[in-house]
Design a protein around this ligand. Structure first.
Ligand SMILES: NC(=O)c1ccc[n+]([C@@H]2O[C@H](COP(=O)([O-])OP(=O)(O)OC[C@H]3O[C@@H](n4cnc5c(N)ncnc54)[C@H](O)[C@@H]3O)[C@@H](O)[C@H]2O)c1
Length: 265
């Protein structure tokens, strides 16, 4: 039997990037995976889920919409009657000197990175708790923060503030649930540079603004990592799967950094 056999997992923002790798890892480990993203269910990417992750299901959730979360909760409760694992992966980045940062961008960073996870936790807490009472080690929430939720770089105040909030939101609910005897663990993951669309697009934008070559900026970014390279999404997914699994049964309110050594410097 695989470690997630019989378990149901929901991963936000999981048609691409880190979320996609998480969905694939949980599927390989036996979970019934609800892949969720903002894409239309009839889109090519969404339709491909039935083929790529047999037994999985695509659920459209705009993670910033409370109504979308509530509709997803009703669907999951009706179709599956349980949720063992919630991975709040949706996020977005921005970069700007603080004096040039639009309030709208600041609010979007909070909505995409912080409110999305808050809404997921709030909406699914009852079902996660109910499910957790039926399994040996309870249910698990994994919130995707960033190394930028721990340390600062110039021109990333909105993103860093949001990811720092994800870290402490996670600790808050972990303590709240544990003290109340609610069988849900909650932990955060803090990736460094991960080779996804988000990072590539962000580096291209920064390179264009600085008038430098995008490939040169990618190379400089990789050189800034002690391990000398970006992470592959699958390398983050394995850590998230660990936190989602009973292998981490005594871990709650903690943060796992997966950054090739950057924040150790
Ligand atoms: N890539 C990195 O270097 C890196 C580093 C640290 C942390 N992170 C964090 O990891 C998470 C995933 O990042 P990624 O690099 O895989 O991003 P990505 O942009 O490659 O993928 C994000 C996915 O989220 C989906 N999405 C966007 N808006 C959505 C919404 N409102 N509702 C639902 N889905 C939505 C997108 O369609 C996409 O499939 C984010 O929280 C990000 O901040 C990324």
């Amino acid at each position: 039997m695989k470690r997630f056999t019989g378990r149901v997992a929901l991963v936000t923002g999981s048609l691409r990037g880190i979320g996609r790798a998480v969905a694939e890892q949980l599927h390989v480990d036996g979970a019934m995976v609800l892949v969720s993203d903002i894409d239309d269910p009839q889109s090519e990417a969404a339709l491909a889920i039935a083929r790529d992750l047999p037994g999985g299901q695509y659920v459209r959730i705009d993670a910033t919409s409370e109504e979308a979360w509530q509709a997803a909760r009703d669907l999951v409760a009706r179709d599956h009657g349980r949720l063992d694992i919630l991975v709040n992966n949706v996020g977005a980045e921005s970069s700007s000197p603080v004096q040039d940062l639009d309030l709208a961008v600041w609010r979007r960073m909070m909505a995409m990175n912080v409110e999305s996870g808050f809404l997921g936790v709030k909406t699914f807490q009852p079902l996660l708790a109910q499910t957790g009472r039926t399994t040996p080690c309870g249910s698990s929430i994994v919130n995707v923060s960033s190394m930028m939720g721990l340390v600062a770089l110039p021109n990333t105040s909105a993103y860093s503030t949001a990811k720092g909030a994800v870290r402490l939101f996670t600790k808050s609910i972990a303590v709240e649930f544990a003290k109340a005897g609610v069988p849900i663990r909650a932990n955060s993951v803090h990736p460094g540079y991960v080779d996804t669309g988000m990072l590539r697009n962000g580096l291209s934008r920064v390179a264009a603004e600085a008038g430098i070559d995008s490939d040169a900026l990618v190379a400089m970014t990789e050189q800034s990592v002690p391990m000398g390279r970006m992470a592959r999404p699958a390398e983050i997914a394995k850590v998230i799967a660990f936190l989602a699994s009973d292998d981490s049964s005594y871990m709650t309110g903690t943060e796992l950094v997966v950054d090739g050594g950057i924040t150790a410097m």
